[in-house]
Design a protein around this ligand. Sequence first.
Ligand SMILES: *[C@@H]1O[C@H](CO)[C@@H](O)[C@H](O)[C@H]1NC(C)=O
Ligand SMILES: *[C@@H]1O[C@H](CO)[C@@H](O)[C@H](O)[C@H]1NC(C)=O
Ligand SMILES: *[C@@H]1O[C@H](CO)[C@@H](O)[C@H](O)[C@H]1NC(C)=O
Ligand SMILES: *[C@@H]1O[C@H](CO)[C@@H](O)[C@H](O)[C@H]1NC(C)=O
Ligand SMILES: *[C@@H]1O[C@H](CO)[C@@H](O)[C@H](O)[C@H]1NC(C)=O
Ligand SMILES: *[C@@H]1O[C@H](CO)[C@@H](O)[C@H](O)[C@H]1NC(C)=O
Length: 341
Amino acid sequence: MTRRSCAIYAVGIICSSLLVVGIGLVVGQVFRTLMHNRLKKEIVLVEGSRVFESWKRPPPPVYMEFFFFNMTNVDAFLAGAKPQVTQVGPYTYREYRYKDNVSMVENDTKVSAYNIKSFIFLRDKSVGDPTEDLITTVNIPAWAVMNKLKGSFWKASAASVWMNTIPGAGLCTTRSVHELLWGYEDPLLARLAGVSSDVDKVFGLMANKNGTNNGEFVYHTGKTNYMDYGKVVTWMGQSQLTFWTTNQSNIINGSDGSAFHPLIEKNERIHIFTPDLCRTIYMEYEKDVEVRGIPAYRFTPPRSVLASKEENPDNEGYCITPKECWELVFSKSAHVAKVPL
Ligand SMILES: *[C@@H]1O[C@H](CO)[C@@H](O)[C@H](O)[C@H]1NC(C)=O
Ligand SMILES: *[C@@H]1O[C@H](CO)[C@@H](O)[C@H](O)[C@H]1NC(C)=O
Ligand SMILES: *[C@@H]1O[C@H](CO)[C@@H](O)[C@H](O)[C@H]1NC(C)=O
Ligand SMILES: *[C@@H]1O[C@H](CO)[C@@H](O)[C@H](O)[C@H]1NC(C)=O
Ligand SMILES: *[C@@H]1O[C@H](CO)[C@@H](O)[C@H](O)[C@H]1NC(C)=O
Ligand SMILES: *[C@@H]1O[C@H](CO)[C@@H](O)[C@H](O)[C@H]1NC(C)=O
């Protein structure tokens, strides 16, 4: 081979490999665009689409673990000593979620549904039997009533005398784990319910949460714009909340956390509306992770989401007085607003 043909040969190789890279790039780009267009078309919440069934019944298991503080020095505590507690837990429940009464609205551009959650106890992931294990803890209803009357010495004294006449309305109570979570009839609340119809006599941290829904949701299906896929349009008929004090905190923005629009980018802020917290939160990209061999981005809520109003003025609307807070906790009409607990 002469030097010349050698050079031509080399140039030829370089040219063809450049061409291959070029073709690769073009094909890659076209393929990506095709893929993306396909995804945007297929990821919509309508009957027969690939995602619809798993949206209605999300398959990944969700576990909820509960821990309690068991007070071990009740008598000393009532006499003014600091409470001594031991942590007991976890009591683990598997949460099942599904969507009920799913119906399409406005030509498949929106879909209405109820989210039903139910909880099944998992003995092998828990430390004991929730119906047998007894926890001694502060009697939240009694504290709430005292707290409400705190401003007035006379009312508080009268209430305290009255409460002493009701068995089981002391400042501490011993209940099973199951009762504390799923509810029991509280003697004090039962008396109050006789007077005010707005009080619910059953108290429990998760009372009325098993097998129930938290109101009607209307979602965008993503048919008009893939960016809207799964976004909440209205919750209980409203496009914004009313219990917080500013428009910024009453906003309903984003999905309910069970679906996100396709082609999420790292620099996005993802908004989620959670009725459990009664508010919208947001998440930002944290790092790349791998889920069962599939590369994924992990998004987490930054500190600013729950920061105090001094640190993040946007959170000002979430500051309500302890009195208002207890009213929210115990009133029936705001059964969803158990935020501060
Ligand atoms: C909580 O403490 C009491 C004694 O103060 C004890 O009898 C009870 O077994 C404890 N409960 C659990 C679940 O450990
Ligand atoms: C679903 O629809 C049925 C029949 O219309 C109704 O009885 C039921 O209460 C609805 N479910 C919810 C969660 O609203
Ligand atoms: C639904 O689509 C039909 C025909 O395309 C149109 O006439 C109608 O106005 C649409 N309805 C809504 C609520 O968009
Ligand atoms: C929730 O309800 C289901 C079905 O009614 C029941 O099997 C389950 O034990 C309940 N869970 C709790 C924690 O009560
Ligand atoms: C909040 O929104 C309502 C209706 O959108 C508007 O009338 C009101 O002026 C807003 N309030 C503030 C403080 O921006
Ligand atoms: C609502 O969410 C979108 C994107 O999900 C975001 O661009 C927008 O700023 C959010 N609005 C507010 C008021 O937070």
